[in-house]
Ligand binder design. Structure first.
Ligand code: AMP
Ligand code: MG
Length: 410
């Protein structure tokens, strides 16, 4: 058996970044940029007004006051999209709209609401700082500046900046296609009323939803019966259709747990099986013809926690993100926690977070059994009780994985 940290490192090593391709901006949202992107041109491309007002020489208003405003002659006007034909000489001003190029000679804009204009003349009731209300060419992005960093997520702002710099396509990494197989003779479709001894297949839905929430594409293979032949057939199909596979259930030591045997029969290499952790002890990782297969246990909480802790970082790596891991912070556990016995395992506890005087405080969401799925709906974080600890006293320190916050490290 190996530790969580070892198993996580192996999980990340078992996958690699998918080949990138050029994507139109309209399809790039949520993907990772495959490389740095630079701007050929400066943004803004020319020096322009940040306000509707009057472009002037700040020197002309230097001595102005309410009682003796500077009186400037309005020699023309310029709107966004036009280019001023005038050079501003001493004592002159040009009426200018937001986004219009600042005429030569002017070094400031007095906003319309601060002046009084009448016809050919405008009164400026006080000094205007040089550079006031002017956006300099290249002040946002200099020519040659980097607009998007390799491995960063393309969000609405990045897409906007790419458009502003004339990139209508971007080299990005595609979404990972993840096959999800649920196994178990006890499972019925969620739409059915389970007969005696049967339960609804919840995990197909939670795990596929997690794949989607992680940015991947879920390819569902539902309710594979606990028969070697059926598991083998599903795995063959899954392998052909996906970049990686998640199997759910059938990975423990029960009589009907066939996933590992079938994988090995198909020629898969076992990277690990069983991890010193709870939930998720029976977790296995395999490589089937170059593709990673995560064999996650069927307990609904174990399944979700394993998806979060192992499969999410792996999907992010496949999808080219440079930040793979959620924020890991120290916090305080309100409630005490005691392992039922010293088991040498890392325990993941579902907790609710709050911030108090700059400190993270965590409270258990309720009973921590691996089958208690409702506790997941309340959890905003996982608290880690280390392998060598047997208990955490009320108010004791724990490491927290902030599962509702974006990844902040590689
Ligand atoms: P297994 O890992 O196959 O031994 O399953 C462990 C426990 O999780 C058993 O109680 C199963 O009935 C339950 N379980 C397995 N798969 C699912 C599923 N897809 N949805 C809900 N519960 C499941
Ligand atoms: Mg089973």
């Amino acid at each position: 058996m190996i530790t969580y940290r070892e198993a996580l490192a192996l999980s990340l090593r078992s996958v690699s970044r998918l080949p990138s391709w050029r994507v139109p901006l309209a399809e790039a949202l949520g993907l990772a940029a495959a490389g740095d992107v630079f701007s050929e041109d400066p943004v803004p491309p020319f020096t322009n007004s940040a306000m509707d007002g009057f472009a002037l020489r700040s020197a002309d208003a230097a001595g102005a006051s309410d009682g003796s405003p500077a009186r400037l002659r309005v020699v023309g006007d310029v709107s966004a999209g036009q280019v001023a034909a005038w050079r501003i000489e001493e004592g002159a001003a040009v009426r200018i709209m937001t986004g219009a190029p600042v005429p030569d000679g002017a070094d400031a804009v007095a906003p319309i609401e601060s002046v009084s204009a009448d016809g050919e003349w405008v009164r400026i009731p006080g000094p205007v700082r040089p550079g006031a209300n002017i956006r300099l060419a290249g002040e946002d992005i200099p020519a040659g500046g980097r607009v998007v960093e390799a491995g960063s997520a393309l969000g609405p702002a990045e897409i906007g900046v790419l458009a502003a710099t004339g990139h209508v396509e971007v080299e990005a990494v595609p979404r990972a296609r993840i096959a999800v197989l649920t196994t178990g003779d006890e499972l019925v479709d969620a739409s059915e009323r389970p007969g005696p001894g049967r339960i609804r297949d919840a995990n197909l839905h939670s795990v596929c939803a997690q794949v989607r929430a992680f940015g991947g594409i879920a390819v569902p293979f539902a309710r594979v019966p606990d028969r070697r032949g059926a598991v083998e057939e599903a795995l063959r199909k899954a392998e052909a259709e996906a970049d990686a596979i998640v199997t759910n259930g059938g990975i423990s030591m029960g009589d009907h747990d066939h996933v590992r045997e079938v994988l090995e029969g198909l020629g898969a290499e076992t990277l690990f099986w069983r991890v010193l952790q709870k939930p998720g002890g029976p977790l296995g990782l395999f490589r089937l013809h170059g593709k990673a297969v995560f064999g996650i246990p069927g307990n609904p909480v174990a399944a979700m926690v394993m998806m979060e802790e192992y499969v999410r970082p792996a999907i992010r790596k496949m999808m080219g993100f440079s930040r793979l891991h959620r924020p890991e912070r120290e916090g305080v556990l309100d409630d005490g926690w005691r392992k039922s016995r010293p088991d040498g395992r890392l325990h993941f506890l579902r907790v609710r977070l709050r911030e108090e005087e700059g400190r993270l405080r965590a409270a258990l969401t309720g009973p921590q059994g691996s089958g208690v799925l409702s506790s997941m709906t309340l959890a905003g974080a996982l608290a880690l009780v280390p392998e060598d600890a047997t208990s955490i006293p009320p108010g004791g320190r724990v490491l927290l994985h902030l599962t509702e916050r974006p990844e902040d490290h590689g």
